[in-house]
Design a protein around this ligand. Sequence first.
Ligand code: UGA
Length: 462
Amino acid sequence: MRVAVVGTGYVGLVTAAGLAAVGHHVTCVDSDPHRVDSANRGVPPFYEPGLAELLSSALSGGRLGATVDLAEAVVGADVIFIAVGTPSRDGEIDLDALSAAAESIGRCLAQSASWRLVVVKSTVVPGTTDTLVRGILEEASGRKAGSFGLCMNPEFLREGTAVEDFMKPDRIVIGQWDERSGRKLAEVYEPFDCPVLFTSLRNAEMAKYASNALLATLISFSNEMASICEATPGTDIDEVMSALHLDRRLNTFIDGRRHAPSILSYLKAGCGFGGSCLPKDILALRQFAKKNGVAANLLDSVMAVNAARPVALVAGVERALGTLEGAVIGVLGLAFKPASDDLRDSPALKIISLLNEKSAILRAYDPCVTELKGPYARCPVTLAPSPEALLEGADAAVLVTAWPEFQRLDWTALCRRMRRPVIVDGRNALRDIALPPEAGYLPIGRYHSVREPVNHGPVIQR
Ligand code: UGA
């Protein structure tokens, strides 16, 4: 099948490369010539494991190309995916790019009477596809929906594992304007082996928000439990959550053997969720709910708990050091999660900003972030080239992103480099790692971690 994908962000590019990998002929479109050039060279403009290989193989097989000319891509396509960004503007989604794409596609549809399918992949609040997008397409094409197809097909790709998620999906949700549209989209996904759910356009839109709201709720639930543990002597959030993880209702048993689902990893305390999706989507759903007269108390609380975690962590660092003024702090990790270079809404940036307000001197190290540019250029932190450089003469190490390599560091040697070997672990990633006896270790979700002031010395002897 001939497919056009409008938008080459991580969703668009992964979708394009994945569809080309299963044999479709795909043309990507982006208004940014640099992005088009990157796609045509097989070089993703962002870090996404496995994507470069997938792009290269599709390019060399002649099944993928990219252009800035939307009409050129759309004119020969049977199916046109819209995968442009819907960023947050005052808590609501900004639909400018989506509207512009729909208008250009509509103008192309006006050129011929043939039936072609338009698929919204961008995350949009319920009603957007069958009102805004359909309206723009109909007006620009002079045709009615039905004479062209319309679907809403949410993506469930996680940054860092987006290629694997695309090639081995757990579900494909097809919101359809009519049956013909749904059938056509199912043909596109025919090579993939997973349950396919046919539903309405609005259910598909809502399913996407509900999925991300569930993940964010699990994280904030875990973090609220951690906050209660931090105020309760003798409790430890990791042990508490381990007990929850063993609940038979959260596990699958096959032949008597327990299989823990990966969603349990969201039932883990940390210093908050971030990224380009969860915060934006929870805010958008909350605004949408309120506009529709629903209080959305749970979503309010999910965001409030999330906002409180960086504040609590910084308070813990301050208590451990006595004062933050002039203290040299080495922040381990900048990306919102490991295996990503994405800084959007990263808890690390909030923690850095809070520490900066308290006049700390800030350094940071992230295996995947080597420069701070664009909106992050003014971030008050100096990037260190290595963990050793980061912690030389530092008063505290603050682990914010749980990169596995941080567990493999030689912490004995690192502690010797520090002025005060205080380690604040915002992800409890080092709790099973041998630390030298002189190290002060401050995990999250334990009473000591927020209550006991420790100046110039160990926080918890292990
Ligand atoms: C999230 C969803 O997981 C995807 O299903 C969805 O398609 C995507 O948003 C989107 O809307 O486009 P993503 O933001 O890439 O994907 O990242 P996740 O891996 O879900 O991480 C989100 C937050 O959860 C991060 O702050 C991360 O630290 C946290 N997280 C992630 C956990 O607490 N546990 C994990 O196992 C993974």
